[in-house]
Design a protein around this ligand. Structure first.
Ligand code: ATP
Length: 338
């Protein structure tokens, strides 16, 4: 087994940056301290992305056999618990469970389209994407990108093709510029500024004491949640990945900033295959497809309008968030606890 660190960057750079970052306490996507049993195979072909079509074909997975995650991670999940059904789902999850966390899931995302994953805490949304990143190998089935089985392509080529912006996007101790170029080689200052502008970050960066050379991260200038997020978006803009993974931030930024962030995210996802995990359904209502996950299975799939019509879990979650109904009906809570 091998300790997987920052998954999006190229490996040579990772070590260097990782050490400088004093990153032991930092994490992206909660991944850094997870242990996978994936070995980097010699001589695997590089992934070649064309349209960026992603296919999950009868994928099943359980964490059985992996070291259980640390208590910290459990705490994190509790803190971010968004729905009524959460506590019990977390509570009856002993570390060594053998149940399928992902249970025979199949779906496709066409190149350039956006798939949103929604569902109660513990439903398996993050796990679905960890399998795409190959932080873990599937137990059954296959995940293909443009027809290539992700478990058979070289890991660095896979990670190069994937970009991540999310609530765990972190800054390491370094300059703003270094934080933006993280994961990309050889960027000119002008490109970095372009990326920052696209991410609505240029203005606040210019107002920092040393502009793009300002030290941020631990021991550096403290940035707000919204600012950190915009640096993460700039990083993704610069990296220009074939496939983007968005894990919605729940950070409380003001409405104007939120609108700016949403606009830059919209630009980033346009014409790019995107996976979005959303807690606030309003942010993903325009996704091409919304997949509702419950207990490791996709229980509903369709556009926002189709799902409202369906009057199932999504329609009820939507009702709760829109303030139309007070709480999730008992039948859905019980199902999530199954
Ligand atoms: P959230 O909305 O809270 O992020 P989620 O839908 O993304 O939840 P996952 O994080 O994919 O759900 O978790 C699915 C299930 O797998 C949960 O029961 C969780 O406790 C369990 N799980 C997640 N990571 C691990 C791990 N590293 N080891 C063991 N079990 C895990």
């Amino acid at each position: 087994t091998q300790q997987l660190v920052w998954p999006m960057a190229q490996f040579g750079q990772v070590i260097n940056m990782y050490q400088r970052a004093e990153a032991s306490s930092e994490r992206i996507f909660g991944l850094m301290d997870e242990t996978g049993r994936i070995d980097r195979e010699e001589g695997a072909d590089d992934l070649e992305v064309q349209a960026g079509r992603v296919e999950y074909d009868s994928v099943s997975f359980s964490y059985e056999g992996y070291e259980s995650r640390d208590s910290d991670e459990t705490d994190r999940q509790r803190e971010t618990a968004p729905t009524a059904a959460d506590d019990s789902v977390e509570a009856d999850h002993p570390a060594e469970e053998s149940e399928l966390i992902i249970d025979d899931i199949s779906f496709e995302v066409e190149g350039g389209e956006t798939l949103a994953l929604v569902g109660p805490t513990g439903a398996g949304k993050s796990t679905v994407l960890k399998l795409l990143l190959r932080l873990y190998d599937v137990d059954d089935g296959e995940i293909r990108i443009d027809g290539q089985d992700v478990s058979e392509v070289s890991l660095p080529s896979l990670r190069r093709s994937l970009g991540y912006v999310g609530q765990e996007s972190y800054l390491f101790y370094g300059t703003v510029e270094e934080n933006i170029t993280y994961g990309t080689f050889d960027a000119e200052r002008s490109e970095i500024v372009e990326a920052a502008k696209a991410a609505e970050a240029h203005e606040f960066i210019q107002n920092l004491p040393d502009g793009y050379d300002t030290m941020v991260g631990e021991r550096g200038v403290k940035l707000s949640g919204g600012q950190r997020q915009r640096v993460a978006i700039a990083r993704a803009v610069l990296k220009d990945p074939d496939i983007l993974i968005l894990d919605e931030a729940t950070s409380d930024v003001d409405t104007e900033t939120e609108m700016l962030i949403q606009r830059s995210i919209d630009d980033l996802t346009e014409d790019r295959t995107t996976f979005a995990i959303a807690h606030r359904l309003s942010t993903i209502k325009d996704a091409d497809t919304i997949a509702v996950l419950e207990g490791g299975r996709i229980v509903e799939r369709g556009s926002h309008d189709e799902l409202l019509e369906n009057d199932g879990l999504y329609a009820h979650l939507w009702g709760v968030q829109a303030g139309e109904i007070d709480e999730l009906p008992q039948e859905f809570i019980e199902r999530a606890q199954r």
